[in-house]
Design a protein around this ligand. Structure first.
Ligand SMILES: [Zn+2]
Length: 310
């Protein structure tokens, strides 16, 4: 009786010891990486690329309504978010000047993913602005995401770079990026094929935001009303452009969703050309399907307006 009790106790001790030993072994729990995207265009591209990925959680940094961050200064709240992030996804091409501040704060080891790293930069139209003759120091156009073709490149870059941090989700990231890039390339190809049939390909853009889109679609920029996003349109410049464009008649004036259409209409009324406002991905919906839906709607609206212009 005593002996069997001893054996039972011994068995319990052995079992307990084994359990303790098991607990001491490192438990492999997949770490969920916190991915912060600076602005809506890269937030939506990242949401699309990471849809269904188990180890990535995507959040936006700037509010959905922030628009281009050319003059944006990070708030203490933004810095706190960045401090908790594992990866910061940005457009790059100096679209977010505040990245210098982030690099200073988080040091050289912090993972900043530049989505436009593989985009071939377009020289800024304002560098040789024919209406004013002014030359200003802006190296490259920093709005590649408006062009579906460049957005496709960015989606592939995001997937490739996120895979380096999250190898477990590689297959899903690659499949999402391939599908999105193919759909965006199809939008661009369709638009370019349509533009090729037009007798006049000249358009006026309200700002440089359409630079990549115009180039990739085969459209020719006759003028840019406001060469920099922080400028305003002066009466003198409007008069010069009006005189120029009465001779060099464009098919359409493209306004962007960040601007009041009144600015472009002031010119449109003078030269008798229609104005259309397009979504530039800097505002709109947030979600994994938002980027592609907005690109498709933008291309359809542009085709419709160009068709009406002839
Ligand atoms: Zn801008």
């Amino acid at each position: 009786m005593k002996r069997s009790l001893f054996l039972v106790t011994l068995a319990a001790v052995v079992a307990l010891a084994a359990a303790c030993q098991q607990n001491e072994q490192p438990v492999v729990v997949p770490q969920v990486l916190r991915v912060i995207a600076t602005v809506l265009p890269v937030e939506n591209l990242t949401l699309a690329v990471t849809q269904g990925a188990k180890n990535l959680r995507v959040e936006g940094l700037l509010p959905q309504t922030a628009g281009c961050p050319h003059d944006y200064s990070l708030t203490p709240g933004d810095m706190k978010k960045i401090e908790q992030a594992d990866i910061l996804v940005a457009v790059g091409l100096d679209y977010e000047p505040f990245l210098d501040h982030v690099r200073e704060n988080r040091g050289p080891d912090f993972n900043i993913l530049l989505a436009a790293a593989d985009v071939k930069p377009l020289a800024d139209a304002a560098a040789a602005d024919e209406a004013t003759g002014q030359r200003r120091h802006v190296a490259f156009n920093d709005h590649p995401f408006v062009s579906p073709q460049q957005a496709a490149i960015m989606a592939r870059t995001i997937a490739r770079e996120l895979t380096k941090a999250d190898t477990a989700d590689e297959a899903i990231l690659q499949a999402n990026a391939n599908r999105l890039a193919a759909a965006l390339d199809a939008v661009q190809a369709d638009l370019a094929a349509f533009v090729a049939t037009l007798p006049s390909k000249k358009v006026v853009a309200v700002s440089p935001i359409f630079g990549y889109l115009l180039r990739d679609s085969g459209l020719q920029p006759a003028a840019v009303l406001i060469p920099h996003h922080d400028d305003t349109l002066s009466a003198g410049r409007l008069a010069k452009l009006t005189a120029l464009l009465k001779k060099n008649h464009p098919a359409l004036i493209l306004n962007e969703d960040q601007f009041d259409e009144k600015i472009a209409r002031a010119l449109g009324d003078e030269i008798g050309v229609r104005v259309i406002t397009l979504n530039t991905q800097t505002s709109g919906r947030r979600g994994p399907d938002a980027f592609l839906a907005q690109a498709r709607a933008m291309a359809a609206a542009l085709k419709e307006a160009l068709r009406g212009g002839h």
